[in-house]
Structure formats: structure tokens, C-alpha cells
Write a protein that binds this ligand. Structure first.
Ligand SMILES: [Zn+2]
Length: 315
């Protein structure tokens, strides 16, 4: 029975698993991502974890595929993630040489859409978009049954779509006005402070967030909104409207039949995230509004995608 190894390399955790063609994961290992060493530290960690998989399964592996934090350099088979302490990490060549198997590398959101397409709710759907709303915002796209990659594998950096032409907030990428700068977990606090500057002090003083503004987290904003806090609710409404604009841009660009949402910010706040999108996306979208739902693969969606890629994505 053929098996495939999947690796989900995140800034926090590395997940390594081995599975079969129908999507069953037979063995899985999760460890904290190493944070010190040289440009081969990550590939060494991955190789050691793969070596811990049951040998009889590993012997039947046909490929090893990686879904990873980016940015990726496909030519060098390396990554240079800003939130890991390695300037560059080589992945493809050391892992391929160690196991004598083909190794492909995808950005994590692309791996996620592959996971949905073959093992999730995207089965049989030719026009499919996966959107993650977590510390950042990203996406993966199948159009007409084909995975979109672009020249450098960056065909759908949807978190960096411009949604505010005045560019009041600066994005982590350095540019202004991007979707992610207003609606991602890392940036909702900035957005909260921006909105706070423009409302009356008396209204702000009544908010649970008033004393916390300088250090507020996105979780605190959502939690306060869930308690009925007026200011927090207005922030979440604004985030929701900007998400609706982001989703409309995605719908207008790719004409999907189905959009699947993942990422911790979305999955921890399903109602507060989805309702404003559904209410307002029609104000901005010209294409038919597709079905929009949450992933059922949780934080393993990228791992499923990396395994699916071994069977279904030929290089
Ligand atoms: Zn950006």
C-alpha cells in the first residue's frame, strides 16, 4: 500500500505525518519548531521526525511534501520566514537526498487548499478558494480544477490586496492599506487603536478595552464584543466590513463555487467573522456569491494537503 509523508512547517509547530491515498493519517508526530541553529536546522529536525515514523510505513512512501510558512524560494528549495530566526532554511534538497524521494514545497495556504480539495469539503469542486484568517491572511486557489501557483508560487497573496486606498494602516510587508493590516490577528489591535482615535472619549471610556488600548490583543477585542461591549462591537463590525471587501475581491477575481475559511482568528470567532461577511459581501461582489463555510480539518488542513500532494499533485 503506497504511503506519502506530509510535513506542515509552521513558525510554532512542525507536524509530520504519513498517510494513504484515501486521506487516512496512519501516524503523526508534532514538535515545537526549532529556533536555533544554521540554515539546515529545520531540515535536520524534519528528517529526525520522519525517521520516527513507523518503518514499515516509511518504506512504502512515494513522496515527501511540505506545506510551509513563506516566503518560499522554489529555485533554491528554501524558505526565509521573517518570524523564524534563520535567514534562510534549505528544505527540499537535504530531505530529498536523505530519503531518496521526490520532495515538493508549497506555501501553507496552498497546502491547505490542496487538503480541502482532496480530503475535505472541496472534493469534486473545481473552483475552490481557501482563506486563512490567523496571525496573517492568506489564500490558496483551484480554478477550473487546476492549482494556481504563479511565477514564484505566490499567485494569491490575498492578504495584501489593497482594501483602503488612503492606506491609514501599514501592513507587516511594509506597504499600506492591505487587507491583512486591518483584519489579521496581529493587526486587529492597530485597527482598534485607529478606530479609537476617531471616536468620542466618553464613548471610549465606557469600553472594557479603554485601559488596555496600548496592549490590547485581538482575542480581547473579540471577547469584549461577545460580552456586548459597544466599542469592541464597532471594531468587529469594521473588521467584518473589510473582510467582506476582501472576500468580494476574491470572488471577483476567481469566481469560486466554494470558499473555505480556516485560521485561528476565524475558527475561534466563527459567528463574529462570518456574519458580517455574509451581510456585506454582496455590496462589493459582482460575481455570484459562492457558498462560504469553515474548514472541518482544523489546524491539520495543511498536513492533509501535504499528504494529498504526494498522491494527486504531480510535479
Ligand atoms: Zn501587505
Amino acid at each position: 500500500l503506497d504511503t506519502a509523508v506530509g510535513i506542515d512547517l509552521g513558525a510554532t509547530n512542525v507536524r509530520v505525518a504519513i498517510g494513504v491515498r484515501d486521506g487516512r493519517i496512519l501516524s503523526k508526530i508534532v514538535k515545537r519548531t526549532v529556533r536555533e541553529g544554521d540554515e539546515y536546522a529545520l531540515s535536520r529536525q524534519i528528517i529526525e521526525m520522519v525517521r520516527e515514523l513507523p518503518r514499515e510505513l516509511l518504506e512504502n512512501a512515494i513522496e515527501v511534501n511540505i506545506g510551509t510558512v513563506g516566503p518560499l524560494d522554489q529555485r533554491l528549495g528554501s524558505i526565509s520566514p521573517p518570524n523564524l530566526p534563520f535567514k534562510r532554511s534549505y528544505l527540499v534538497k537535504p530531505i530529498s537526498m536523505e530519503f531518496g524521494l521526490p520532495v515538493k514545497m508549497y506555501n501553507d495556504c496552498v497546502a491547505a487548499v490542496i487538503g480541502e480539495k482532496f480530503f475535505g469539503q472541496g472534493r469534486g469542486v473545481d473552483n475552490l478558494v481557501y482563506v486563512t484568517i490567523s496571525s496573517g491572511i492568506g489564500g490558496g486557489v483551484f480554478a477550473d480544477g487546476r492549482l494556481l501557483l504563479g511565477r514564484d508560487g505566490n499567485a494569491h497573496e490575498i492578504g495584501h490586496l489593497t482594501i483602503d486606498v488612503n492606506g491609514e494602516l501599514r501592513c507587516g510587508c511594509g506597504k499600506r492599506g492591505h487587507w491583512e493590516a486591518y483584519c489579521s490577528g496581529v493587526n486587529i489591535p492597530n485597527h482598534t487603536r485607529l478606530i479609537a482615535e476617531n471616536i468620542e472619549k466618553e464613548a471610549l471610556e465606557k469600553s472594557l478595552l479603554y485601559d488596555r488600548l496600548n496592549a490590547v490583543t485581538s482575542k480581547e477585542v473579540f471577547d469584549a464584543a461577545k460580552k456586548g461591549d459597544h466599542f469592541a462591537s464597532s471594531v468587529i463590525e469594521r473588521v467584518g466590513r473589510y473582510n467582506a471587501i476582501g472576500f468580494a475581491n476574491v470572488i471577483n477575481s476567481y469566481d469560486p463555487e466554494l470558499i473555505i475559511i480556516g485560521g485561528s482568528v476565524a475558527l475561534n470567532n466563527k459567528e463574529l467573522i462570518l456574519r458580517p461577511i455574509l451581510e456585506k459581501v454582496g455590496d462589493y461582489a459582482v460575481n455570484r456569491i459562492p457558498e462560504i463555510k469553515f474548514t472541518e480539518l482544523g489546524d491539520e488542513v495543511g498536513l492533509y494537503g501535504a499528504i494529498a500532494a504526494g498522491f494527486y499533485m504531480k510535479s
